[in-house]
Design a binder for this molecule. Structure first.
Ligand code: PTJ
Length: 254
């Protein structure tokens, strides 16, 4: 049973933290994943811990891009498997995307635990553990270079939530369109991806599923127009301004 009272002023944030800790105890999350969550929390705090208009714009562009994709793939790491496994599977079904486990801190046992969790959450197939179909992505030295020939390697659009900059760059260099969730608007991943959703993945993922549903009846031209009108660099710059404004407001009333 949780030790966090629902009435606690920071209950929501503490519940998310608890999910990560449980995920760590159950062998899904890397130790470093707990630290990554801490960095995310700090940015979430500065952003106001809510999904902003800017994040909603990025979610809309991401949904349009996913609906236009021919071979979309969602890359799953330990943190995602612990934070929102059901939602990730739901998104994959909504946009007919493949799921592939891809870890920075590679570990066979953890990979299997993540695959098991995704299957328990409704996934039929999860790529990323078959040596016969694995291959290497050029331009990257970390374990993330190992990808499935039928998954990330062949994808045209890849969703990489909570990612490191190296692979985002390697994916871009391989001609793929990259969508990420990253609470840090300054990170290399944020700046290298085509579409960065600056929001907590635990809040934004449901909105992305909804938006994919909402836009699914739109024609190609209309979806392309949404993407054309989205400017990732501008969105990131406005997120930084948002943080600055939040800090200025807090400094005034403190
Ligand atoms: O499971 P593995 O081995 O693949 O490892 C996964 C982690 C997350 C440990 C690995 O990819 C890593 O070290 O990531 P980074 O470089 O710390 O980057 C994670 C980014 O995600 C940071 O910019 C964080 O601010 C951001 N972040 C953390 N938690 C969240 C988040 N963004 C959105 N939602 C979150 N809940």
């Amino acid at each position: 049973m949780s030790l966090i009272p629902k009435s606690h002023p920071r209950a929501k944030s503490l519940f998310i933290r608890e999910k990560l800790v449980k995920g760590f105890e159950n062998g899904l999350v890397a130790k470093e994943g707990l630290l990554a969550q801490g960095r995310g929390e700090a940015f979430d705090y500065l952003l106001g811990e809510k999904t902003s208009r800017l994040a909603k714009n990025a979610i809309r562009a991401a949904a349009a891009q996913l609906l236009l994709a021919e071979r979309p793939v969602i890359s799953v790491n330990g943190n995602i498997a612990a934070l929102c496994p059901k939602e990730i599977v739901k998104l994959s079904k909504q946009i007919k995307a493949k799921l592939e486990v891809n870890l920075f801190y590679a570990n066979k046992t953890r990979k299997q635990a993540i695959i098991k969790m995704l299957k328990k959450s409704g996934a039929k197939e999860v790529l990323g553990s078959n040596p016969k179909t694995s291959t290497k992505l050029d331009g990257i030295d970390s374990a993330r270079r190992i990808v499935d020939k039928n998954g990330i390697f062949a994808a045209d659009v890849v969703v990489v939530p909570l990612e490191d900059g190296d692979r985002t760059m390697a994916l871009r260099n391989a001609g793929k369109i990259v969508i990420t969730f990253d609470l840090n608007p300054l990170s290399r991943t944020s700046h290298t991806a085509n579409i960065t959703i600056v929001d907590n993945v635990t809040r934004g993922i449901d909105l992305l599923i909804e938006e994919c549903k909402k836009l699914s009846k739109r024609n190609k031209d209309s979806l392309q127009k949404i993407i054309y009108n989205f400017d990732n660099k501008k969105n990131l710059a406005e997120n930084v301004i948002q943080i600055k404004n939040n800090l200025t407001r807090r400094a005034r009333i403190a």
